[in-house]
Design a protein around this ligand. Structure first.
Ligand code: UTP
Length: 297
């Protein structure tokens, strides 16, 4: 019987420079797709996969994130008085059980690997998930749940894998695949942000991981990688060099890179169109502006 994955790390200590000036005072993870902040999508996905402990690696200026998960007695009382049960229900999903949530500070943005390492004492000796909230994945079965199911078959460390065009490999950690079993691939190497044409496959790693505590030990070495940052990819690649298994899962679903402006806008439109209360008005508007745009050309 494998250890169940019950803890997840949410690294949210990055500077979010691509969204400046907004991220000067608003954490990227609090930015909303329709009416829910990015972090809510990540938490819902984690809950669906059986996660019970939520560990946030935060930094200066991320206070709004901590407040988001607090109970709000005054607001709740007001909504109750007005009979707004649907809004009360919506608020419920933001509340965390006492003791289920922990915040660790990353004092300097030294990279994703470093952020994960900051949470090492809360992980102890068990497998754990890592979720990057700026990767939002629309899927019938939530992505992390698909990974937990695959992990129960394989054990070891696991990354979410997505096919990308050759021109985009320099934006991702790319997998070197030893054996391709379709849904699951055995990984024999990982390369961080290779130039177009130099990637070992077209499978990119996106922001969902299930990792063994060995990866945290690899991070102890504080090795700087691509961009001078301490890269999580390097610590996972070390696992392969040490002869321990690493797998990629071709998940089913659509991933939006909400860390980029284009991805965030695409997600906003897609999530808006998925909502019964917004679809018609949004569709009409999109048709209209596409029409105007075409006429202008
Ligand atoms: P990104 O590469 O998107 O960096 O980090 P960023 O700082 O958030 O955004 P830009 O590139 O400046 O616009 C990917 C994830 O890793 C976290 C981020 O918060 C994000 O969830 N991260 C990154 C950390 O927690 N600490 C770091 O030192 C770096």
């Amino acid at each position: 019987m494998r250890n169940k994955v019950t803890k997840a790390i949410f690294p949210v200590a990055g500077l979010g420079t691509r969204f400046l000036p907004a991220t000067k005072s608003v954490p990227k993870e609090i930015m909303t797709l329709v009416d829910r902040p990015l972090i809510q999508y990540a938490i819902d996905e984690a809950r669906a996969a059986g996660i019970k402990e939520f560990i946030f690696v935060t930094s200066r200026g991320k206070g709004a994130l901590e407040d988001y998960f607090d109970h709000s007695p005054q607001l709740e009382a007001e909504l109750r008085k007005k009979g707004k049960d649907d809004l009360l229900e919506a608020l419920k999903s933001t509340n965390m059980e006492s003791g289920a949530i922990a915040y660790i500070r990353q004092h300097r943005a030294l990279g994703l690997g470093h952020a994960v390492w900051c949470a090492r004492r809360l992980i102890a000796n068990e497998p754990f998930a890592v979720i990057l909230p700026d990767d939002v994945i629309a899927a019938e079965t939530p992505c992390l749940q698909q990974m937990v199911e695959a992990y129960e078959e394989t054990g070891g460390s696991m990354v979410a894998a997505m096919e990308v065009p050759v021109a985009q490999t320099s934006s991702y950690g790319m997998l070197d695949v030893a054996e391709d079993h379709g849904r699951i691939v055995n990984v024999q190497g990982m390369v961080e942000k290779p130039a177009a044409g130099e990637a070992p496959s077209n499978l990119a790693v996106i922001g969902r991981y299930i990792l063994t505590p060995d990866v945290l030990r690899n991070l102890n070495k504080m090795k700087q990688g691509a961009g001078g940052e301490i890269q999580l990819t390097d610590a996972i690649a070390q696992e392969i060099e040490d002869g321990r298994p690493v797998h990629g899962v071709r998940f089913t679903g659509q991933r939006f890179d909400c860390g980029s402006k284009a991805g965030f806008l695409q997600a906003t439109v897609a999530f808006g169109l998925a909502r019964d209360d917004l679809r018609d008005a949004l569709q009409d508007f999109l048709k209209e502006i596409m029409h105007v745009d075409q006429a202008a050309q």
